[in-house]
Design a protein around this ligand. Structure first.
Ligand SMILES: C[S@@+](CC[C@H](N)C(=O)[O-])C[C@H]1O[C@@H](n2cnc3c(N)ncnc32)[C@H](O)[C@@H]1O
Length: 272
């Protein structure tokens, strides 16, 4: 049985760098009988958990329908093989000339007429570093590079024994929270202040909502120093404020433009 150390198909934000530590830490959870991966993403944490604990139930919340990409992996491999033929021996990492880009777009367009196209996987082979297109229209506007890998993708056995569900994390949490031996895997989206390529925009309040689930449960929680969430929680626990200091304050906003694609809002609050 293959042990995957990264998701079979590209997925931004997958926890591949944490796999070794996560696997080790799981060994301290021998009391656990059910693991619920609330923010499953690529399912990598679910996969590692099931391999480490085949006796336990593992529920993977596939909020992004990643399993559809896995189910269509043969189609994706076939399309990539056609694209490799077009690219030929063109140097790796180099920007593709317009004629090749056009041919590739034609092949992709006709593949879409026949069925499913995995734009995220195509993006990782054809777009600049971590750029992602999610549909034909957005792919069409991008310059293309030869970042194609040679080997076909494979996902054999990746989700074996795992229960795949699709739900909002709150709903799933409520469904499992009272089950003895439950452990939640909590890896929410990155805190984002700008609307980018992501479907959803996660603000600080969304982040804080997730924390309310953690107080009386067994969990793994993932974050980064960019979110400052740990610092915020430590600060709150010292109770430096116990109510909203801005309550009843008047709020005024001023739009500001940082550069051509980045705007922010300056805020003034006052209370007499
Ligand atoms: C950081 S990723 C998880 C990565 C995952 N642990 C992995 O290793 O691939 C966060 C995921 O939460 C999903 N998500 C966003 N809003 C959600 C919600 N309300 N309920 C459940 N999942 C959500 C995102 O679409 C994204 O796939």
């Amino acid at each position: 049985m293959k042990n995957y150390t990264s998701a079979p198909l590209p997925f931004m934000g997958q926890k591949k760098h944490f796999i070794r530590e996560f696997r080790k830490a799981l060994r301290e959870f021998d009391h656990a009988t059910v693991f619920v991966d609330l923010f499953g993403g690529s399912g990598l944490l679910s996969h590692v958990t099931k391999r480490e604990r085949p006796d336990a139930r593992v529920i993977y919340n596939d909020f992004d329908d990643y399993h559809v990409r896995l189910e269509n992996i043969d189609q994706t491999n076939a399309l990539l093989a056609d694209i490799r033929t077009i690219v030929g021996e063109y140097p790796k990492k180099k920007m593709l000339p317009e004629n090749l880009r056009k041919n590739i777009l034609e092949v992709i367009q006709s593949a879409e007429q026949d069925g499913f196209v995995d734009y995220i996987t195509l993006s990782s082979g054809l777009l600049f570093s971590s750029k992602y297109a999610t549909d034909y229209a957005s792919l069409q506007t991008e310059g293309m590079y030869n970042n194609l890998r040679r080997a076909p993708y494979s996902c054999e056995g990746y989700l074996d024994g795992i229960e795949v569900v699709h739900a909002d994390y709150r709903e799933l949490f409520n469904q499992y929270k009272d089950i003895p031996g439950v452990v939640f895997l909590v890896d929410p989206p990155y805190l984002s202040t700008e609307v980018g390529v992501y479907k959803c925009r996660w603000r600080l309040s969304d982040y804080l909502d997730v924390l309310t689930l953690l107080s009386s449960t067994s969990y793994f929680y993932f974050t980064s120093n960019k979110s400052s969430i740990i610092e915020l929680c430590e600060w709150i626990s010292e109770a430096k404020v116990n109510a909203n200091p801005f309550r009843n304050a008047v709020r005024k906003e001023m739009g500001a433009q940082l550069n051509y694609n980045s705007r922010y809002t300056d805020i003034m609050l006052y209370r007499r």
